[in-house]
Write a new protein. Structure first.
Length: 377
C-alpha cells in the first residue's frame, strides 16, 4: 500500500514505519510493547528464523524488538511448547507493525462503525481499533483461552475494554451483528458463511486468503451485497498463520501398486517463492493441490504436486540449461497436465499478480476472477 503525501504520517522518533494520518494518534497512544509477554521470539526477515528475547534478562534488546518493524511470535504449537528455544509451528504473534498499519488503513473505518476482529492475538490491533472508534464499537474473538486471557489483561492495563469473546471465530458473533467491518488476522482457505451473514450490505470483510497450493496468502477486501454475496479485489501478498480449522493436512502418499507414467515437459518453472505472483494465481485454479519444491545438490529443483482429493502425485525435475525436463505422474489424476494448463493460462493472461485478481463468495462457495468479477479464473 502506498499512501498519498497528504495522507501519510512520517515515522515519529522510535517508529520506523509510516502510518496513515487518521491512525497516527492511535499508534502514538498504543505502543505494541504494552501487549507483549516477557518472553518473545523476534523474527529475522532476512533469515526467516526466530530468536528468543526475555525482557527480564535484557530489557533494552526486548524493547528494541518490540519497537522494530518485524513480526514477533508469542506462542508456539498451540501453547504446548515449553522452553525458550523456538517451537515447531508459530501459532500466535504480534504482526509486523507496517502491515498492521496498512491493513487498518485498508479497512476504511469511519467514526461510529462497528468492527468485528477475528483473531485477538496479543490484543494490540483491537486496542488500536478501540482508540480510533471506541471500545463499544469493537468486538474481538480469540479461540485460544490462554491467548485470550493474556490479551484481556493487556487491554485492561492499557485502558481499553472492547468486547472480547473466547470462542470459534468461524461462527462470528451474532449478538453484535450487523457489523460494518470484519477484519481477520489469520490466513483463510474458505470464507465462513456467518461472516457474510453478519456484515451489513455495503460492509466489508478484510482477510488474508489463499489456497493450499501455497502457504502464502493475499489480502482481499470483500464488499457484501444484499443478495448474500461478497466480492472484491486482492490488495497485496501477505503470509499469516492459518485459521486452526483450515490448516493444511498433507495427504498420505498413494499406496504402491500403480504405474508411474513418465514423460517430459518443455515448461519453465516459474518462481515459487511465497510472494512470487504465480503460486497465488495457480492456486486459484488448482485449489485442491499442494506443492513443494525440492532443491538438489547439483542445482536442480523438483516440483512436487499432491492431490488433496484423490491419491495422486506428480513430480518434474528442472535443470538449468536443459530444455526438456523429466516428469513423473502417479495415481488417479494427472496432476502435471492440470499444472501445465494452469501455467498456460497464467502466461496467456499476461502473468497476472495480486493486483489483477479478485474473489467472489456466494452461498455455494467461492470463485476467483481476473480484472473483473465477470471474468472468472
Amino acid at each position: 500500500m502506498t499512501l498519498a503525501p497528504e495522507q501519510e504520517d512520517r515515522p515519529e522518533p522510535g517508529r520506523s514505519f509510516p502510518v496513515a494520518a487518521a491512525w497516527a494518534p492511535a499508534f502514538a497512544a498504543v505502543p505494541r510493547s504494552l501487549f507483549l509477554p516477557d518472553l518473545i521470539w523476534a523474527y529475522d526477515m532476512a533469515t526467516g528464523t526466530s530468536r528468543p528475547l526475555d525482557r527480564t534478562a535484557d530489557e533494552s534488546t526486548w524493547r528494541a524488538a518490540a519497537a522494530a518493524d518485524i513480526p514477533i511470535v508469542t506462542q508456539w504449537d498451540d501453547g504446548e511448547h515449553r522452553g525458550t528455544e523456538p517451537g515447531t509451528v508459530p501459532t500466535s504473534s504480534a504482526s509486523q507493525p507496517s502491515l498492521v498499519a496498512a491493513m487498518l488503513d485498508d479497512l476504511r473505518v469511519e467514526s461510529g462503525m462497528r468492527v468485528l476482529e477475528q483473531g485477538t492475538g496479543t490484543g494490540w490491533n483491537a486496542a488500536l481499533l478501540a482508540h480510533r472508534i471506541g471500545d463499544a464499537n469493537v468486538t474481538t474473538i480469540e479461540i485460544d483461552p490462554q491467548v485470550s486471557a493474556r490479551a484481556r489483561a493487556a487491554l485492561h492495563a492499557a485502558g481499553h475494554r472492547p468486547h472480547l469473546v473466547c470462542g470459534d471465530g468461524a461462527l462470528g458473533h451474532p449478538p453484535g451483528a450487523p457489523y460494518d467491518r470484519i477484519t481477520v488476522t489469520y490466513g483463510l482457505r474458505e470464507i465462513p458463511r456467518p461472516w457474510i451473514e453478519q456484515t451489513r450490505p455495503g460492509g466489508m470483510i478484510l482477510a488474508p486468503f489463499g489456497t493450499h497450493y501455497s502457504n502464502a496468502d493475499a489480502l482481499v477486501r470483500l464488499t457484501v451485497a444484499r443478495d448474500g454475496t461478497a466480492t472484491g479485489p486482492f490488495l497485496q501478498p501477505v503470509e499469516f498463520m492459518k485459521m486452526r480449522s483450515q490448516r493444511l493436512r498433507w495427504p498420505n502418499a498413494p499406496a504402491d501398486g500403480g504405474t508411474v507414467a513418465e514423460g517430459t515437459t518443455t515448461a519453465t518453472l516459474p518462481g515459487h517463492g511465497k510472494f512470487d505472483p504465480f503460486p497465488l494465481a495457480a492456486g486459484l485454479r488448482l485449489r485442491d493441490v499442494v506443492h513443494a519444491v525440492q532443491p538438489h545438490e547439483d542445482g536442480a529443483r523438483t516440483l512436487w504436486l499432491y492431490s488433496l482429493t484423490v491419491p495422486a502425485w506428480a513430480a518434474a525435475t528442472f535443470r538449468d540449461g536443459e530444455t526438456a525436463h523429466l516428469v513423473r505422474q502417479y495415481g488417479g489424476r494427472r496432476l502435471w497436465d492440470d499444472f501445465e494448463r494452469a501455467l498456460a493460462w497464467w502466461h496467456e493472461a499476461g502473468r497476472p499478480g495480486t493486483g489483477r485478481l479478485g474473489l467472489t463468495v456466494t452461498p455455494d462457495g467461492w470463485h476467483a476472477w481476473l480484472d473483473d468479477p465477470a471474468q472468472p479464473v
